[in-house]
Design a protein around this ligand. Structure first.
Ligand code: ATP
Ligand code: MP5
Length: 274
């Protein structure tokens, strides 16, 4: 049994954050563990409150997990502030954590800030370089490199620029996935590693219930890495998971509703596990 740790914020409505991650990991038939960085009061319409966890208590949670059940992969989502980022980075290095995927969550789809403005530098300098893969969406890509891509070519330029800043300039290895879910007419994603650019030509599924797609994608990638797939294949199968979960068209809540993980289950069990 593979063990996956998610370090993220709680979404009480169950669509994003820790809850989306645990559903994704469980659907992959793996064992899910969680280190919670913040509680959010939110639903499909928006975020009404955030309570950040003390950085010391984040450290206690990480010690409790790593000293007992060592994870095969770690997914990181909402990290709230720079103190939490610094302690997470320190503990991941201390425990020599493997297969780290960072979704650099900054602003919710509904427009609320989930990362303090002061924390972007700590995220860029301390957490991103130790990840095997980082998965910025279009607005996060702009925050990281100044380019707000509107086409596949601009996504390639941005992915290359972020790779250079985060990995090459720090003498580290890793990969960048610029996600195109916010593009109007396609759901193309672009992966950049040390030498190659891969383009995933996704078509846009007609479903406005996309709350938690980024959380789900990064958790599915972490599961696939834990299963021994390389980064390119891990992203490929994670996108298939998202497509199935979106195609099932569950419609909960008055706003942008959650994904249907039960629908993704069929494909995962047939293609990956059997
Ligand atoms: N309507 C859609 N049809 C197909 N794939 C989609 C759709 N919307 C998003 N995706 C895919 O979902 C994944 C997440 O992309 P997105 O850019 O939405 O991330 P995000 O903004 O971090 O997600 P979140 O909504 O959780 O914040 C990507 O692989 C993207 O291509
Ligand atoms: C706790 C938490 N983590 C991440 C997101 C981003 O997801 P989305 O962009 O779909 O709102 C969120 N809303 N809440």
């Amino acid at each position: 049994m593979k063990k996956i740790l998610t370090i993220a914020g709680s979404d009480c409505s169950g669509g994003a954050g820790i809850q989306a991650d645990i559903k994704t990991i469980t659907t992959h038939r793996m064992y899910a563990m969680s280190v919670i960085t913040a509680l959010t009061a939110q639903n499909t319409i928006g975020v009404s409150g955030i309570m950040e966890v003390d950085a010391d208590f984040v450290a206690m949670q990480m010690d409790a997990v790593f000293s007992d059940i060592y994870p095969d992969a770690v997914k990181i989502g909402m990290v709230a502030n720079s103190d939490i980022i610094k302690i997470i980075a320190k503990k991941l290095v201390q425990y020599n954590a493997k297969n780290i995927v960072v979704d650099p969550v900054m602003v919710s789809t509904s427009g609320s800030r989930l990362l303090g403005e002061e924390a972007v530098t700590a995220l860029r300098e301390e957490l991103l370089p130790i990840a095997a893969l980082i998965t910025p969406n279009i607005p996060e890509t702009k925050m990281l490199c100044g380019i707000e891509p509107t086409s596949e070519e601009e996504m390639e330029q941005a992915a290359k620029k972020i790779f250079t800043q985060v990995y090459q300039n720090n003498g580290r290895d890793g990969a960048v996935l610029v996600k195109g879910g916010h593009l109007i007419d396609s759901a193309v994603d672009v992966l950049r590693d040390q030498s190659v650019t891969y383009v995933y030509h996704g078509y846009k599924i007609d479903n406005q219930n996309t709350h938690g797609t980024g959380c789900t994608l990064s958790s599915a990638i972490a599961c696939n890495l834990a299963n021994g797939l390389n980064v390119y294949e891990s992203v490929k199968y994670a996108k298939k998971y998202i497509n199935l979960a979106l195609q099932a068209k569950m419609n909960l809540g008055a706003g942008s509703g959650p994904l249907n993980h039960m629908a993704a289950n069929t494909w995962i069990s047939k293609e990956i596990l059997d």
